[in-house]
Design a protein around this ligand. Sequence first.
Ligand SMILES: NC(=O)c1ccc[n+]([C@@H]2O[C@H](COP(=O)([O-])OP(=O)(O)OC[C@H]3O[C@@H](n4cnc5c(N)ncnc54)[C@H](OP(=O)(O)O)[C@@H]3O)[C@@H](O)[C@H]2O)c1
Length: 324
Amino acid sequence: MARTVVIKAFGGPEVLELEDRPVSDPGPGQVRIRHHAVGLNFIDVYQRTGVYPLQLPCALGMEAAGVIEAVGDGVTHLKPGDRAAYAAQPPGSYTEARVMPAAQVCPLPDAISFEEGAAMMLKGLTVQYLFHRTVPLKAGDTVLFHAAAGGVGLIACQWAKSEGIRLIATAGSDEKCQMALDHGADAAINYRDGAFAPKVRELTGGRGVDVVMDSVGAATFEGSLDCLRPVGMMISFGNASGMVPPVSLGTLAAKGSLQITRPTLFTHIARHEDCQAMAQHLFGKVTSGAVKIRIDQRFPLDQVADAHRALESRATTGATVLLP
Ligand SMILES: NC(=O)c1ccc[n+]([C@@H]2O[C@H](COP(=O)([O-])OP(=O)(O)OC[C@H]3O[C@@H](n4cnc5c(N)ncnc54)[C@H](OP(=O)(O)O)[C@@H]3O)[C@@H](O)[C@H]2O)c1
């Protein structure tokens, strides 16, 4: 049996319940993994509230690290005793142990701790696809990155620095802005102080940025479009402040032939080979020291509701892990 966080209804943090669930042997293409640490992500909030609906009742969580206990037929990249980490569907990582598809589970280098592994897979693979698989970005390009002191954000600041990309950060307090600067952002704007677009224009000599990476959604979307250079790319990849309302294509023409995309990590890691190659790239960034995984909050698994409250109320910085 494994203590597992489940929801039986959509709602606030109070719908998170712990229950004992049986853990079976893995079938073909599956592994059984015992978790040492579990990653908390904003997608878990969207799933808990029903913004991204799931079939109820269901377990939550998309990211964890631990040790492989058993592998099913056909699994060749992992064996019992291996350290491993993953970002993967279906949800269910908020647990002590589980059986799951093996394809997106990655061998974890010894130099990376379980906590770091649990804190970096979903967030770090997201940064990998944002910077390398979404739009051609090269040294010298300028990116505007919102919520830059968050879990994804602090990895993005360091990743951009390591690639010679100029990252203009936004964050919700002066302390968070300083944190983004300390992690490699070139400039930082506290977007609670008023409109950020004029400040971005000023920082780019009036030209605008090449790319916006916007996971805040409703509150920043319009302003983000106003930060782009002609033919610039808007990457809308989240909705922490609410869903982006429907957009008229004519707006993109009027604001300078803008491009727009709405990606999700799960498209990019769907193929086993892609996922493992992206993970190797991420592990290399971390083991080389170019990217440090900052974990600012740790909660025991049975305090998962407090962890959700902290993330939703913008009280966290960097990554948050749950300890089973
Ligand atoms: N599409 C994908 O593939 C993908 C993959 C991973 C993550 N994401 C998205 O990336 C974002 C970051 O994920 P994360 O797990 O690392 O979370 P996070 O950045 O650690 O936390 C979210 C941050 O969003 C900011 N925010 C702005 N308005 C907010 C509001 N009304 N309510 C709550 N937060 C607000 C807050 O920072 P400030 O106080 O600085 O504003 C908050 O700390 C999320 O939107 C997530 O859904 C998307």
